[in-house]
Design a protein around this ligand. Structure first.
Ligand SMILES: Cc1cc2nc3c(=O)[nH]c(=O)nc-3n(C[C@H](O)[C@H](O)[C@H](O)COP(=O)(O)OP(=O)(O)OC[C@H]3O[C@@H](n4cnc5c(N)ncnc54)[C@H](O)[C@@H]3O)c2cc1C
Length: 419
């Protein structure tokens, strides 16, 4: 019934931003989350870089040899530890289909447009919610330790007003906090349109704002299935009983296929595991202010003012959420080498998360064809924070019957009326 709420399943960054975008349009919204609060899973300990100028789909011709190397254990940053997972094989076949130059161009363009729109939405959201500054918009660096890699990359990206190539000296002049890395650096790119912010903090504040503005959050509640009639979802089944609904949004990250399989479709979302470590900053002059991605060692580093966060690794390990000692050691060694004198090395916090990753790269965004009122916003991979506000906004526009501000940004699938 029209009076029933739209149920958003999942209070990660994606579900929370979706709930806000719907509530802004006057919709009654209930968010159902299995965990005790917002942003407790993949949205908790990520790098927080909004890689707007640098968004790119992972599936590209160069990914094929890189995966081969990863299978041999020789690729920095990529691991395959659950090779015999049938879900990985199904996903992998589709991923390989997207590893052409043409498909990469289409998928990267979708991610970039969605990311740019998201950045505009972020500025609007901060102003509208009056949140204390939780994001910084001075850009991000992409660093290279290998001169040939830097040259090739810089030539591919091309310089312009938004992206500038910097020599090693330029880098250190701009970011004295990189001084301890000086001898390892060959050069870098500055992307001026990137931002950084603590995704967990921002999602928590947005959830608080949404709750004050009428959104109901039901935490510690597990969605177990759906009641359907005449091509509609009429209720969401939970471990606390059914909830009648006017519509449903799946914002369930890596768990989306578990929920939808009984409905007759399974989005190709595979968990790509990553790790982070967070250190308290003791000497602000000894760490860079801008976030950066080390494109050679494949790590990302973000300075949140009082804390330094380092993230790494794309690991194909199924749903395993363990924190093996060698992964922690890799993060720890990088920080010791690069910023050891500027952080509290004795009390780091380590974390792991599963990036909900589609084979093509862009998320699944739109309405599920066989149901009039079932929508999906899931599968944002390594760019969930970057794309969150834009994806939420255009989904809410489509649900409200408004013309979406962007088209052709979703991954395609037979079961999906893709936005
Ligand atoms: C190491 C690492 C670094 C990253 N760095 C960046 C970065 O710098 N920039 C960037 O843009 N992105 C980054 N990401 C990616 C980003 O974190 C993710 O894309 C994003 O958090 C996904 O958000 P989500 O809301 O879809 O998933 P989640 O945050 O996992 O939320 C899904 C929610 O759904 C709930 N749920 C699932 N099933 C049910 C059910 N049946 N009933 C009730 N609740 C359910 C879960 O409990 C969960 O809370 C990084 C990821 C990792 C792992």
């Amino acid at each position: 019934m029209q009076d029933d709420p739209i149920v958003v399943i999942g209070a990660g960054v994606i579900g929370t931003m979706t709930a806000r975008a719907l509530a802004k349009r006057g919709r009654r919204v209930t968010v159902i989350e299995r965990l005790p609060g917002p942003a407790q899973l993949c949205s908790r300990g990520n790098a927080g870089i909004m890689a707007v100028g640098h968004a790119k789909a992972w599936a590209e011709p160069a990914a094929i040899p890189a995966l081969g190397q990863a299978l041999l254990g020789r690729a920095p940053g990529i691991r395959v530890t659950r090779l015999m997972d049938p879900a990985l094989w199904r996903w992998g076949v589709e991923f390989l289909r997207h590893c052409t130059t043409a498909a990469n161009k289409v998928n990267t363009d979708r991610e970039r447009r969605l990311s740019r729109y998201s950045r505009d939405m972020l500025h609007a959201a901060e102003a509208e919610m009056g949140l204390p500054a939780a994001t910084w918009h001075a850009g991000a660096l992409y660093l290279f330790q290998d001169a040939a890699q830097f040259r090739n990359y810089a030539a591919k990206v091309g310089a312009g007003a938004e992206i500038t190539a910097l020599s090693r000296d330029d880098l250190i002049a701009r970011e004295p906090g990189l001084a301890a890395m000086r001898d390892r650096l060959a050069g870098g790119l500055l992307s001026r349109i990137d931002s950084v912010g603590d995704c967990h903090l921002f999602t928590g504040r947005t959830a608080a704002w949404a709750a004050e503005n009428g959104v109901e959050f039901r935490y510690d509640t597990d969605v177990t299935g759906f009641t359907r009639a005449n091509g509609r979802i009429t209720a969401v089944q939970t471990d606390a009983g059914p909830i009648a609904c006017a519509g449903v949004v799946l914002a369930t990250g890596v768990e989306t296929p578990d929920l939808t399989r009984p409905l007759g479709f399974a989005p190709a979302i595979y968990p790509v595991k990553g790790y982070s470590g967070t250190w308290r900053i003791t000497d602000p002059a000894g760490v860079p202010k801008l976030p950066f991605v080390d494109e050679t060692e494949l790590l990302a580093v973000a300075n949140y003012g009082d804390r330094l966060r380092v993230t790494a690794i794309a690991e194909f390990a199924g749903r395993d959420r363990s924190l093996p000692a060698d992964r922690v050691k890799l993060l720890d060694a990088y920080v010791r080498r690069s910023f050891g004198a500027a952080v509290d090395l004795d009390h780091p916090e380590f974390w792991t998360g599963l990036r909900p990753t589609t084979p093509a790269g862009p998320p699944y965004l739109g309405r599920v064809r066989r149901f009039e009122n079932l929508w999906i916003n899931a599968g944002h991979g390594q760019l969930g924070w970057t794309m969150s506000l834009g994806a939420a906004e255009i989904l809410a526009q489509a649900m409200a019957g408004e013309p979406p501000a962007l088209r052709d940004v979703s991954s395609r699938a037979r079961w999906l009326e893709a936005l």
